[in-house]
Design a protein around this ligand. Structure first.
Ligand code: PLP
Length: 397
């Protein structure tokens, strides 16, 4: 049960922050394409002036995400939810919370594009310093704090090595020193993990993944329950302008309606496949948060829960016996698992991070993180699990 609005999350994905259109009774919000809104007199209007600043379809999605992630900001028109053109656009806007000369502590294992935005763009253009820390041990985060540290950026589970961070422990560190804590919650989705309920200031998503769920929209989300941060984010969402358009807002909102049942199947399929892969002779090593062999399995049991039960999510990472040739052979032989970047859609995807999603991470850093040539990342979809297993077995044979 999410505490944000008193309703169970399974109900909130459908009704959270939603109501029928007051003009027509339409159950789904109309896709509102108008770029501007008529005013009765200068500055006198119905709350909508210009679509970058205010859009009813985007608001519907933003209110829904605020309900799911526990953003509860009184007087804020979308209750602390903000939608952007992509996950990276959301991240880029969030990074504007800090000033030139400030210091950020970021997880060492991040989505390659997040790492690229921080290390190759914002460190240069924004003049910030970033320390990349393995946050699986909160003591390392404490040790990295300087008097200019203003933000802690966490990803959990991480992309692609599925490391887990103890969110309440990190939130306590941030609160004690007045450091803003942000969690990229893309891999877990709010069905499994709600960082704000665990003490974080901001939850972030690539809505392109589980939220949209159908591989047909790119988007990003920020949610906060702090009025001061909501005010800053709303200002910057409008000032920077990397907003989510009305059609994509509609698609993501439509996707969220089935998030609860999709996550149940993603988790069930992935748990079964992870168990079988762990026993497969061609697999050298596997990480899956739901397996007792995962290094932070105890955190997973506590922090990632679906309908009150521990859940490992839909992502699996494996290291094959062999090297690049064995990986290529496997990735070319599977068919139901499409070889493609991205994750979290209804269809199963598979990819090779060292060549694909994490090519922007320098080779020596990839090596330290274990993003080797024999590492493959699986996004387990909601197809029949036996069909998926036959596909993988064929690929590994
Ligand atoms: C964990 C994570 N965060 C952020 C992003 C970036 O999101 P987008 O591709 O929507 O910009 C991704 C993309 O794969 C991701 O996996």
């Amino acid at each position: 049960m999410s505490e944000s609005h008193g309703l169970n999350l399974q109900t909130q994905v459908i009704h959270g922050g939603q109501w029928p259109d007051p003009n027509t009774g339409a159950v789904m919000p109309p896709v509102s394409f108008s770029s501007t809104y008529v005013q009765q007199s200068p500055g006198v209007h119905k709350g909508f002036e210009y679509s970058r600043s205010h859009n009813p379809t985007r608001y519907a999605l933003e209110r829904c995400m605020a309900a799911l992630e526990g953003g509860k900001v009184d007087k804020d028109v979308t209750h602390g939810g903000f939608a952007f053109a992509s996950g990276l656009a959301a991240m880029g806007t969030c990074l504007e919370l800090v000033y030139s000369g400030d210091h950020i502590i970021a997880m060492d294992d991040l989505y390659g594009g997040s790492y690229r935005l921080m290390s190759r763009v914002r460190e240069r253009s924004q003049g910030i310093k970033i320390s990349y820390v393995d946050m699986t041990d909160p003591a390392r985060v404490e040790a990295a704090i300087t008097d200019r540290t203003k933000l802690i950026w966490v990803e959990t589970p991480t992309n692609p090595t599925l490391k887990l961070v103890d969110l309440p422990a990190l939130a306590a560190i941030g609160r004690k020193r007045d450091i803003i804590t942000v969690c990229d919650n893309t891999f877990a989705s709010p069905m499994l993990q709600r960082p704000i309920e665990l003490g974080f200031d901001i939850a972030m998503h690539s809505a392109t993944k589980y939220l949209g769920g159908h591989s047909d929209a790119v988007g990003g989300i920020l949610v906060t329950n702090r009025a001061d941060l909501a005010e800053k984010l709303r200002f910057m969402q409008n000032a920077i302008g990397s907003i989510l358009g009305p059609m994509d807002s509609y698609l993501v909102l439509r996707g969220i309606k089935t998030l609860a049942i999709r996550m149940e199947r993603h988790c069930r399929n992935a748990a079964e496949i992870a168990r079988r892969l762990e026993a497969h002779p061609s697999v050298e090593r596997i990480v899956y948060p739901g397996l007792p062999s995962h290094p932070q399995h105890a955190i997973a049991q506590k922090q990632m829960r679906l309908n009150g039960e521990p859940a490992g999510g839909g992502m699996i990472t494996i290291w094959l016996k062999g090297g690049l040739n064995e990986s290529r052979r496997f990735l070319e032989r599977v068919h139901l698992f499409s070889l493609a970047e991205s994750l979290g859609g209804v269809e199963s995807l598979i990819e090779h991070p060292a060549i694909m999603t994490h090519a922007s991470v320098p080779p020596e850093k990839r090596k330290t993180l274990g993003i080797d040539d024999n590492l493959c990342r699986l996004s387990v979809g909601i197809e029949n699990v036996e069909d998926l297993w036959h596909d993988l077995e064929h690929g590994l044979s």
